[in-house]
Design a protein. Structure first.
Length: 81
């Protein structure tokens, strides 16, 4: 019983980094609002202060990757036709 108490109240909190936040991805079946909530909770555990520009840079990077994937998919569709 003592170990349960100790494990619950004395968990070592791993430090959340900006890289952890940037690597966070929404699962296919996860609603957007749930993902945003999960991101915000994790962000509160990040000890490095983040400015709005950091979030904008992360969103821009993700959108560039998405646009790149979409253009590759478009090219594949063209080739099939």
């Amino acid at each position: 019983m003592e170990n349960v108490f100790h494990d619950y109240y004395f968990k070592i909190q791993l430090e959340v980094t900006i890289s952890d936040l940037a690597a966070l991805k929404q699962s296919e079946d996860e609603p957007a609002q749930d993902f945003i909530t999960r991101f915000r909770k994790l962000k509160m555990e990040c000890r490095i202060p983040m400015e709005e520009r950091h979030f904008i840079q992360m969103a821009q990077t993700a959108l560039k990757k998405l646009a790149n994937k979409a253009s590759k998919y478009k090219e594949l569709l063209k080739e099939e036709q």
